[in-house]
Design a protein around this ligand. Structure first.
Ligand SMILES: [Zn+2]
Length: 168
């Protein structure tokens, strides 16, 4: 059984597309907020009498309606942005950990396979830590040859002693 240890290309693509959707969704979600704030500020300015600073409700009766329309017009865009954001987040998670690894599909066996690149990376880190922690001439089954001249231990394939340089 040939094992693919790398994250598949389609999952990488899903991750990056998800990230893109997340960013676009965020922009779509935030920009209507800005227009809404702007519209409210604009209209509240026009409601104030320029000389006295008092509200003058009699003038421009359509202004309030205008503001309301601007805000409601931008509301669907904010919802689309929220949707994009959510879908993007799911795509990123699926791309990162695979459909089972991200919990989208309940399949423990597939989950282990999906998360293999990550668990393997962790295993490799653990292996490196063990390599550093353990003394190097304790490395298991390698056959050692003792030098006849200085009694130092050498690998069985070595031609010359690493300690004294004499032929083994
Ligand atoms: Zn030697």
């Amino acid at each position: 059984m040939g094992k693919n240890y790398d994250v598949p290309a389609e999952r990488q693509a899903a991750y990056y597309i998800g990230m893109l959707m997340l960013v676009i969704g965020l922009i779509l979600f935030i920009s209507p907020m800005c227009t809404a704030v702007d519209a409210v500020r604009e209209s509240s300015d026009s409601f104030l009498d320029k000389r006295t600073g008092n509200p003058m409700l009699s003038s421009e009766p359509g202004a309030m309606f205008q503001t309301h329309r601007k805000v409601t017009d931008s509301l669907p865009l904010a919802l689309v942005g929220m949707g994009l954001f959510a879908v993007g987040a799911i795509l990123m998670s699926v791309g990162r950990s695979g459909p089972a690894g991200s919990g989208l599909v309940l399949n423990p066996r597939q989950e282990v396979e999906d998360l293999e690149p990550f668990s393997r990376a962790q295993g490799r880190m653990l292996g490196q830590m063990l390599d550093e922690a353990l003394p190097s001439d304790d490395s298991g089954s390698a056959i050692k040859v003792r030098c006849r001249h200085c009694r130092a231990l050498n690998d069985e394939h070595d031609k010359f002693c690493g300690q004294c340089g004499q032929e083994l």
